[in-house]
Design a binder for this molecule. Sequence first.
Ligand code: APR
Length: 230
Amino acid sequence: MTDRIVILTGAGLSAESGLDTFRSAGGVWSQVRLEDVATPEAFARDPARVHAFYNARRQGAAAVDPNAAHKALARLQKNHPGAVTIVTQNVDSLHEAAGAQVIHMHGQLDQALCAACNHRWPAPIEMQPHQTCPNCGQQTTRPDIVWFGEIPYHMERIDAVLSDATLFAAIGTSGQVYPAAGFVEIAAAAGARTIELTLEPSAVSQLFDETDHRKATEAVPAWVDRLLAG
Ligand code: APR
């Protein structure tokens, strides 16, 4: 296989590990308003409520295991060192638990961030409001999560790999949040073949060359087996 592959993953990849997606039936945004827990304004208004939301998600993510789809992606990356870039919107660490290296464009639940000096350190399972930053001593600690209205991380690196891709896959994402939902167009414009592996068609399914609308634990191992055989 000589492909240069870029894989974008979303909440649907972790669904069969037991973590809620955001927009499927009963998803996170049907349980709580994102305006109350996932914006800088929400954090400024009520840091205790925002920390409580991410503390619960951090505990949930720490209690589950990677599934066959996470493991298949790690196997693909191991079989083709340097040729497979995984960009995740997910803030859990299930890719890493499966042995993969990933780019977290929306941050990570198990990281804390100082809003004053940008210092990052492993988040305690229960973060509290106004915690002191171990680096600068100010009480400006927050979850290291990219909130709505903030700029995703690592965008220069992501744009570079998308523009050089020969194959782009979107796995378990509804294609409703940009810039991630636009990655397929960047890859296709660079001449990449594109495939969508989600349980239901996404908002951008029509932009993909190929789709496989099955559960990730069925579709992803089958896709990886095809790539490794080819
Ligand atoms: N296997 C494969 N796909 C699945 C499965 C499954 N078992 N279960 C659900 N899906 C698919 C759904 O069909 C949907 O397309 O996963 C997708 C989940 O979509 P969302 O809940 O919108 O999650 P995501 O696309 O990752 O959200 C993007 O929005 O709220 C923000 O920052 C948050 O990173 C998140 C971003």
